[in-house]
Design a protein around this ligand. Structure first.
Ligand SMILES: Cc1cc2nc3c(=O)[nH]c(=O)nc-3n(C[C@H](O)[C@H](O)[C@H](O)COP(=O)(O)OP(=O)(O)OC[C@H]3O[C@@H](n4cnc5c(N)ncnc54)[C@H](O)[C@@H]3O)c2cc1C
Ligand SMILES: *[C@@H]1O[C@H](CO)[C@@H](O)[C@H](O)[C@H]1NC(C)=O
Ligand SMILES: *[C@@H]1O[C@H](CO)[C@@H](O)[C@H](O)[C@H]1NC(C)=O
Ligand SMILES: *[C@@H]1O[C@H](CO)[C@@H](O)[C@H](O)[C@H]1NC(C)=O
Ligand SMILES: *[C@@H]1O[C@H](CO)[C@@H](O)[C@H](O)[C@H]1NC(C)=O
Ligand SMILES: *[C@@H]1O[C@H](CO)[C@@H](O)[C@H](O)[C@H]1NC(C)=O
Ligand SMILES: *[C@@H]1O[C@H](CO)[C@@H](O)[C@H](O)[C@H]1NC(C)=O
Ligand SMILES: *[C@@H]1O[C@H](CO)[C@@H](O)[C@H](O)[C@H]1NC(C)=O
Length: 511
């Protein structure tokens, strides 16, 4: 009798506890999921004000760093990620994922939700035949180059040390080596990914082919959390050559036509060459300046850095640069040289136009001047101390478009016949939260004006590169109907209940 009463009491207590948990879960799924996972994965859940929480809450853009999620979860294995996804979907808890945290808007941190920080997934292993590097999804590019430089190996990856491998590869990935090999996403042998169901799957050209194609530019958001990238490694026995040229903005009428020609004829003739060009408004240097960085994977001389590769000579011989530096350096040195500091607010937007017209590029520069004038007025009005607008011309020459077609192609929807293209990237750095809305509105106006002008001239393309995109931009729409519909089909297959669509917040989605 007594035993039965005791059992009854225990099960009543259990039901009561379960009810409390369920109520807490219905009322606040985030808190409930954090608590549940702190029991399931001891030491992996971090609440506000803990040291581990503060470490995870470091982001390049203050628009992310100012956000404080209910908890950070730091999985230490693929199995941990599986447990986490199963729990979050069961409890309907909203989440997002952080690799290097370099999104300008709040794309990898979450208010009232859970941020899964992959920072413990830092394994880097080179295969015995030196043809593959297995890379954990929480690595930064500097960690990859630090491991590979001494071996004389390289991968198609980021050009700056601190961004993460996760966001960069899943959105595309423009690299110093892209001229010969395409973007980072075109050089992944296979992806280890945890699906919404918690299942762990390997996607490659021979296994889960549709998923493999989708992860080449289709983002993780719609398919799952990638835990490991198996990257194509190649021999890079020499340092890279790099040149940096700084000019007064007034040279634009000479420099931009040369740059347009470099994109159309120079770069395709020399797939080891890489470059971009940036216009910056910097009152401290007297107004606009034009900065162009050039890179080459097979230097013309290993003893004389001043020997400029043939393809860059027309630009290097322009008169009167403010500064002109050249060097031979390993990848780690180059990645660190152009690091961007933390601690400011950021926005990035972009579109692409055909690169066949020098006058279009000059007119885009004028449209950007109008944008800068608007920004200065806004910043001045708010008494904000600093605002720095950048406009970057990033060539996508035809050789890159051709290299993208390997192994069944990628999801970006770009064909060699679309090219050569120029990505028009607007980036702004500022400090005052009050002007966020005005900065975004002016940037949108600039991008719309670029697209309108290009369309009028029959030179429009409209591809939006995810890794440079503003929050409201229609990235997947810009891939074209065929690509987007195929991505949706694959997403339905791998997330049949739409759990990721429902719960993954903050980044680009197919619906
Ligand atoms: C200083 C700087 C330099 C840059 N240089 C380059 C460059 O050389 N080439 C280039 O192409 N781009 C470059 N970018 C752009 C960069 O590719 C994007 O900002 C990219 O999103 C950064 O990746 P991350 O992992 O640091 O970002 P995060 O903000 O951590 O991630 C971006 C998004 O991807 C998702 N995600 C991240 N990891 C995973 C994963 N493992 N599985 C599923 N989803 C995931 C996240 O949910 C998040 O929404 C640069 C950006 C900055 C700020
Ligand atoms: C704890 O964290 C919250 C949210 O991040 C913050 O508002 C508060 O000031 C912190 N408290 C302490 C003692 O650090
Ligand atoms: C993560 O796992 C590795 C072994 O796989 C272990 O050496 C390491 O200490 C773990 N890290 C944490 C923070 O638990
Ligand atoms: C990655 O590189 C940075 C900078 O060199 C270093 O501080 C950090 O410890 C490295 N991380 C790992 C996991 O090795
Ligand atoms: C890169 O080159 C610098 C300067 O020559 C050197 O100090 C550094 O050790 C090299 N880094 C790696 C990872 O090999
Ligand atoms: C472009 O050059 C012209 C003529 O030198 C100059 O007036 C204009 O300010 C320049 N524009 C920019 C953005 O540098
Ligand atoms: C364009 O560049 C090619 C070399 O790539 C050169 O031969 C040609 O003269 C250049 N044309 C113009 C108009 O500058
Ligand atoms: C800033 O505003 C002040 C007062 O409105 C004005 O005098 C000044 O010219 C403005 N400066 C700029 C750079 O717009």
């Amino acid at each position: 009798m007594r035993v039965i009463a005791l059992l009854a009491a225990i099960s009543l207590a259990q039901i009561a506890v379960a009810n409390i948990v369920n109520k807490a879960c219905n009322k606040n799924p985030s808190t409930c999921a954090c608590t549940t996972l702190s029991t399931a994965l001891p030491g992996r859940v971090h609440f506000p004000n803990s040291t581990e929480y503060e470490i995870s809450n470091q982001y390049w853009s203050n628009r992310q760093a100012e956000i404080h999620p209910t908890c950070f979860i730091t999985p230490n294995s693929t199995t941990d990620v599986s447990v986490i996804l199963k729990t979050l979907t069961r409890l309907s808890a909203p989440f997002t994922v952080k690799s290097g945290g370099h999104t300008a808007f709040a794309g990898s941190n979450l208010v009232d939700g859970i941020t899964i920080d992959l920072r413990l997934l830092t394994s880097i292993t080179v295969s015995p035949d030196r043809r593959t590097v297995y890379v954990g999804a929480g690595n930064r590019w500097i960690n990859i180059s630090t491991a590979l430089d001494p071996l004389g190996l390289a991968v198609v990856g980021g050009r700056v040390s601190d961004p993460g491998v996760g966001g960069l590869i899943l959105g595309g990935g423009i690299s110093y080596f892209s001229g010969r090999r395409g973007w980072a996403c075109d050089n992944v042998r296979s992806y280890e990914i945890v699906l919404a169901s918690g299942a762990i799957v390997t996607a490659s050209p021979t296994s889960h082919r549709d998923l493999y194609w989708s992860l080449r530019g289709g983002a993780g958001t719609n398919f799952g959390i990638v835990t490991r990238f198996d990257l194509v490694a190649f021999e890079q026995p020499t340092p890279l050559w790099s040149g940096s040229l700084l000019f007064p903005g007034s040279i634009n009428t000479t420099l931009l036509p040369l740059y347009q020609n470099l994109t159309v004829t120079g770069l395709p003739s020399d797939p080891d060459a890489h470059t971009y060009l940036t216009s910056i408004f910097l009152p401290s240097l007297g107004g606009y300046i034009l900065l162009t960085d050039q890179y080459h994977a097979t230097p013309p001389s290993l003893s004389d850095p001043s020997l400029t590769p043939q393809v860059f000579r027309p630009i290097a011989s322009l008169p009167d640069p403010i500064s002109h530096t050249t060097r031979l350096a390993n990848l780690s040195t180059l990645l660190t040289a152009i690091d961007q500091p933390y601690g400011a607010r950021q926005t990035w937007w972009n579109t692409a136009v055909r690169a066949t017209s020098p006058s279009l590029l000059l007119d885009i520069l004028s449209l950007h001047e109008a944008h800068v004038t608007r920004l200065l007025a806004v910043a001045n009005g708010s008494g904000s101390d600093t605002i720095t607008p950048f406009l970057t011309f990033q060539p996508i020459p035809v050789n890159v478009l051709q290299a993208m077609q390997t192994n069944g192609g990628n999801a970006l929807g770009l064909e060699p016949a679309d090219g050569p293209l120029m990505i028009i990237q607007s980036a702004t750095t500022w400090t005052d939260k009050e002007i966020d809305g005005a900065v975004e509105a002016s940037t949108q106006k600039f991008i719309d004006a670029v697209n309108d002008l290009a369309r009028k001239r029959g030179l429009d393309n409209g591809f939006v590169y995810m890794n440079y995109a503003g929050k409201g931009q229609d990235v997947f729409g810009s891939y074209g109907r065929g690509s987007r519909e195929r991505l949706r089909r694959v997403a339905r297959e791998y997330d049949p209940l739409g759990e990721l669509r429902r719960l993954w917040r903050g980044y680009f989605k197919l619906w």
